[in-house]
Design a binder for this molecule. Structure first.
Ligand code: 2AM
Length: 485
């Protein structure tokens, strides 16, 4: 009998997925461009399950049961195409090629279409949870044809994270849907981390709470609606002392945030599908600003941060009840901002479903993120409730009762925190932009009417009227009368 699945690309993610599959009873054929990695895996972990060593893709394909399942876990980009090219010459109709790497969903759409023409299934799978997740149970977001899921789904569900007996894996939609959903997950992750950072900065700068004290605050918050993996590990990072200096570790880490690109993709794709994911974009920009270390060194001298303002703020918020009240305000501002960020993320999924013809089920997507991945949080159960019942799906999560009520409760605190941030000069880009998004949605009139007037003035871009149908233009440079166009 042949192997159940082949894995090519045995760097740490591929190796861990292969081990996860083997631990779950599947026979896993292994291949890597340089066979030293294959040997290393087999030498160290052959006791975990049944592995089949192969030295070429041809040998890998040869070793598999039909329909063949080949999981590619190589560097995203050209390497994926190179491996696919070689594989397509070796596979037969009905076989399944799986890309579990971090590929951009447009590439997945292209590859799926090309392989479908050859009678092959191409499945782009979003995998979240890092190295540990890959080994012990990641959140898995598979796209591709429904047909391919019949054969592949049970395996993926078996190796996925488990949430109260339910696997964090389900078919999400055709072609690039899996990678798209994973991308949005990562965008939301950027925003989740940014709001935590803003809360930390505000509590320290305005209320004088040092990192070790804040570790306790975040631990406490982890027993509230905010309960999540990221809040939990925030307290661990904040209480960590630097071995070398004895200072809080967070103070000796260079304050320039790195990025691998998925947040940027989410922001760009949000613009593409016409969905304003402002919290995600702001989070990406916040990382970019942090990384401009050279510029910041100069600007920090030319217009230094407001020391006096901070002192005043500490007088206001830095002790006793006032401090406790401020901390609670910040918690609410964080939660409200997080609600907006998820509302935006799901709005983007809704827009993409329309644009690409995907049958995304929002409740299922929320369920996949409850374990195994970085954004796992109690909030996802709330989101599932918001999408419960198939008839009346909220157009935007902010309209779901669960969200409406929570925001109403947080709103005064949220406004106070954003006002304090602006007053005392602490940047809080996501706290403030999420509030602006919320306020934009609730206004009956937006100044976009003036924008339209200006566009009509300089470019004859025309406008619509509130009181009758049609398209109009004012003859600005002439007698300023209106014409219908
Ligand atoms: P390597 O071990 O032979 O370098 C992450 O870099 C993984 O992708 C590694 O397993 C690496 O193989 C593989 N990889 C990178 N580029 C590749 C390519 N062009 N063809 C095949 N595998 C590649």
């Amino acid at each position: 009998m042949g192997a159940d699945i082949g894995v090519t690309g045995l760097a740490v993610m591929g190796a861990n997925l292969a081990r996860n599959l083997a631990r779950n009873g599947y026979t896993v054929a292994l291949h890597n461009r340089t066979s030293a990695r294959t040997d290393a895996l087999i030498n160290s972990y052959s006791n975990e399950g049944t592995f089949v060593r192969t030295e070429s893709l041809a040998e890998l394909v040869e070793s598999l049961e039909r329909p063949r399942r080949v999981l590619i876990m190589v560097k995203a980009g050209a390497a994926v195409d190179a491996v696919i090219d070689e594989l397509t010459g070796l596979l037969e109709e009905g076989d399944i090629v799986i890309d579990a790497g971090n590929s951009f969903y447009e590439e997945t759409r292209r590859r799926e279409a090309a392989l479908a023409e050859k009678g092959l299934h191409f499945v782009g799978v979003g995998v979240s949870g890092g190295e540990e997740g890959a080994l012990n149970g990641p959140s898995i977001m598979p796209g591709g044809s429904k047909k391919s899921y019949e054969s592949l789904g049970p395996m993926l569900e078996k190796i996925a994270a488990d949430y109260n007996g339910e696997p964090c894996c389900a078919w999400v939609g055709t072609d690039g849907a899996g990678h798209f959903v994973k991308m949005v997950h990562n965008g939301i992750e950027y925003a989740d981390m940014q709001v935590i950072g803003e809360a930390f900065d505000l509590m320290r700068s305005l209320a004088g709470l040092e990192p070790a004290e804040q570790a306790g605050v975040f631990r406490e918050w982890n027993t509230t609606d905010l309960a999540s993996y990221l809040i939990e590990i925030t307290s661990e990072v904040l209480e960590q002392e630097d071995e070398l200096t004895g200072r809080p570790l967070v103070d000796v880490i260079v304050d320039a945030a790195g990025q691998k690109g998925t947040g940027r993709w989410t922001a760009i794709s949000g613009l593409e599908v016409g969905s304003p994911v402002t919290t995600i974009a702001e989070s990406v920009f916040a990382r970019s600003i942090s990384s401009q270390l050279g510029l910041r060194e100069i600007t920090n001298q030319v217009f230094p941060a407001g020391i006096n303002e901070a002192v005043t703020a500490e007088e206001l918020y830095g002790s006793g009840d006032a401090r406790q009240d401020f901390v609670e305000d910040v918690r609410k501002a964080l939660y409200a901002s997080k609600l907006v960020s998820y509302a935006q993320g799901f709005d983007m999924l809704t827009a993409a479903a329309q644009e690409y013809g995907w049958e995304l089920d929002m409740r299922t997507i929320a369920s996949l993120w409850r374990a195994g991945c970085i954004i796992r949080a109690d909030l996802l159960d709330t989101i599932m409730k918001a999408y419960e019942g198939s008839e009346e799906q909220p157009r935007n999560l902010l309209l779901a009762e669960e969200f409406t009520e929570a925001i109403a409760e947080c709103l005064p605190a949220w406004r106070r925190v954003v006002a304090a941030a602006a007053t005392y000069g602490v940047p809080a880009p996501v706290f403030s932009s999420s509030l602006a998004y919320y306020d934009s949605l609730r206004r009956d009139r937006l100044p976009a009417s003036l924008t339209q007037g200006l566009r009509d003035y300089f470019g004859a871009h025309t406008y619509q009227r509130v009181d009758k149908p049609g398209t109009f233009h004012t003859r600005w440079s002439d007698d300023r009368t209106e014409t219908e166009v």
